[in-house]
Design a protein around this ligand. Structure first.
Ligand code: G6P
Length: 366
């Protein structure tokens, strides 16, 4: 109850601005510089148990599900373990095959989401190994899992989750690092990730400092009724979360799509009234993503590129610059401008940011 708005007019903006501090708390005492790994004492699995993991599956709802997808990518990249994410609501109803060599990760800010709790209970009945990645200490999911990683994001009031989602991604990066360093990931590569994680709060602060520029971009697209959010591989969960945020608080219809899939259908929707937000990290898929923008522009579609690369002049209508980190961690950073974009577009449209219609912060019933 002593969590107040202070200088802010709504909780979403306050919570976005708390992210450098929240990420700092998530990392505190968990980065092990010497052996270039992470220390996650709460997961309750010893080295033997961690080494026996053959697959990782993330379960969550809404933004926690998209964060899980980002986490699955990190586990595959850093630990070379097959990993995926599934909405907890689907998992609970489809009589899933529960595999003893899989590590299940239940993801939830509140720790009270009914669908996620039910998935954990189903895993319990079928003997699955499950850990929780949860913000609220003492919550139902945290208790049911019995072990896991707390997000330490602090209280989150805004229905649209920001700092909790960012901390989920950071915790998944640490989990992936830990699993990776028990397998193929070298000391040098582990250290690269440790250093970049420690540096993340400062990089996030840089994105937040560019808020006015992002707000201007959002106003520029303020008349759109539909938008695409385009990403590929690492950028795909970020695009999904970006579209989700825009839908939740602005009521503008947004659809996320994998860049290469555009040509298999949705390209038919592109015209001057259908803007696309395209994620363009400076990684080995850069030229592919530039090609995607060209395809959209050739059909008259306005493009907002979010990038940390030097893009050819005039390629996109607007470019939002993202600071550099290690490529594996790009998705964590790329998500921040999309939060601000959704926030400012919704503000521009006069929406009630903290109380979007038809939504609840935590859905504890079906
Ligand atoms: C609700 C909220 C979403 C949130 C989801 C999962 O639907 O509106 O913003 O992502 O629940 O919540 P959790 O507390 O489990 O992370």
């Amino acid at each position: 109850d002593d969590y107040q708005l202070g200088e802010f007019t709504d909780f979403m903006r306050k919570e976005m601005h708390e992210q450098p501090e929240a990420v700092h708390r998530a990392l505190l005492g968990r980065l092990e510089e010497r052996f270039a790994t992470a220390r996650l004492g709460g997961i309750g699995l010893d080295a033997h148990a961690l080494r026996s993991v053959r697959r990782v599956k993330f379960l969550g709802c809404g933004s926690a599900y998209y964060a899980g997808q980002l986490g699955a990518n990190l586990v595959e990249e850093l630990a070379r373990l097959p990993a995926d994410a599934e909405p907890a609501s689907e998992f609970r109803y489809r009589n899933p095959v529960v595999d003893p060599d899989t590590l299940y990760v239940a993801v939830s800010q509140s720790g009270e989401t009914a669908d996620t709790l039910a998935a954990v209970q189903e895993l319990g009945r079928k003997g699955g190994r499950v850990i929780g990645v949860v913000n609220v200490v003492g919550s139902a999911i945290a208790r049911e899992c019995g072990s896991g990683v707390f997000l330490h994001a602090g209280p989150e009031v805004s229905v649209a989750s920001t700092k909790a989602v960012t901390n989920m991604s950071v915790c998944f990066a640490m989990l992936a690092l830990l699993l990776g360093r028990m397998r193929d990931l070298s000391v040098a590569n582990g250290r690269r990730i440790v250093t970049a994680l420690a540096d993340l709060p400062a990089r996030i602060a840089e994105v937040l400092a560019a808020e006015e520029e992002i707000a201007e971009a959002a106003r520029r697209f303020g008349a759109a009724r539909h938008m695409f959010f385009i990403g590929r591989v690492r950028g795909w969960p970020v695009a999904r979360e970006g579209a989700q945020k825009l839908k939740e608080i602005s009521y503008v219809h947004a659809e996320a799509y994998q860049a290469a899939e555009l040509k298999h259908g949705p390209l038919a929707l592109i015209d001057e009234r259908m803007p696309s937000v395209v994620l363009v990290p400076d990684d080995d898929l850069l030229t592919k993503n530039i090609g995607t923008i060209e395809q959209i522009k050739a059909r008259g579609g306005p493009v907002l590129a979010v990038s940390n690369a030097e893009l050819p002049g005039g390629l996109a209508d607007v470019v939002l610059r993202v600071p550099r980190t290690e490529p594996e961690l790009d998705p964590i950073l790329f998500a921040i401008p999309l939060q601000l974009f959704a926030y400012h577009l919704a503000t521009h449209l006069g929406r009630d940011i903290d109380k979007p219609r038809n939504l609840a912060k935590s859905v504890t019933v079906e």
